[in-house]
Design a protein around this ligand. Sequence first.
Ligand code: IMP
Ligand code: MG
Length: 181
Amino acid sequence: MRWRRQLSSLLITEAQLKRRVRELARQIERDFIGRDLVVVSLLNGTVMFLADLIRHLSLPLRLDFIGVSSYREGAESRELIFTKELRLEVRGRDVLLVDDILDTGRTLRRVLGRLRGSRPRRIKICVLLEKKARRVDKVRADYVGFSIPDLFVVGYGLDFAERYRNLPFVGVLRPQYYQSG
Ligand code: IMP
Ligand code: MG
């Protein structure tokens, strides 16, 4: 396939993703049982993870999205802009905030700041991936699919320049493909 040359390795297989997402869902179910749950997912990187996660959540829930986009230079994230605001009322509700990857923590810190302004009862954070090595902001995720080394990864929703989101696994992008721009 065409992307083969652009990836240096396969980091997380489809089978591993499937198994881990099911485990996360079970954990989340236990923690939110009997609560009025609002799942708030960040666009666009969470598409695949979110779809798989919520189909395994047998809890009543409502779903909404916040759009964030960071203009980036290479793989470094820069200015963050909000492209879609939350529409559901979350005051007094339990919120599960879902993101694809916790890297420096800047994105989630900004989003948390906004969400807290809507006065939810509590906010729990769920991320598919985290890179512990790169954290600059003090953000902790309550549910983490996989801790990964400091590599630029794509697939299963994660992109580079909006590409590769459709790969069904998580792979490592060769540095020459994101260091050039
Ligand atoms: P943070 O604000 O530095 O924590 O970055 C979070 C956002 O950066 C994620 O939601 C992703 O969109 C993006 N990101 C960080 N690391 C990667 C990666 O390895 N591959 C693809 N996107 C990434
Ligand atoms: Mg992204």
